[in-house]
Design a protein around this ligand. Structure first.
Ligand SMILES: N[C@@H](CCC(=O)N[C@@H](CS)C(=O)NCC(=O)O)C(=O)O
Length: 79
């Protein structure tokens, strides 16, 4: 399943979450939200996979990306 790494208080994360909801995507069945606040296991995955401590971050199998606009485009295309 697509994993979307986010943290509380991140407007770019909220933008992606809102866009996903507007597309009709459902958390838990279409994608999984993972807390990637500093000092969490989710943040470790983001750093290890993408090399930067930045959210939102999407992982879908071998594909990963940081930019919220890219993530939204990816979700739209994949839908
Ligand atoms: N251009 C990026 C900006 C992402 C961004 O600035 N994210 C902030 C949080 S809103 C961030 O990761 N800051 C570092 C941190 O949270 O540790 C996008 O549109 O996704």
């Amino acid at each position: 399943m697509i994993q979307l790494y986010v943290r509380a208080g991140c407007p770019y994360c909220k933008k992606v979450e809102t866009a996903a909801a507007e597309m009709g995507l459902v958390e838990g069945s279409d994608f999984e939200l993972v807390d990637a606040a500093p000092n969490t296991p989710g943040r470790e995955v983001v750093l290890k996979t993408g090399g930067k401590g930045m959210v939102p971050f999407l992982i879908d199998g071998e594909i990963s990306m940081y930019e919220s606009a890219d993530i939204i485009d990816y979700l739209k295309a994949k839908k």
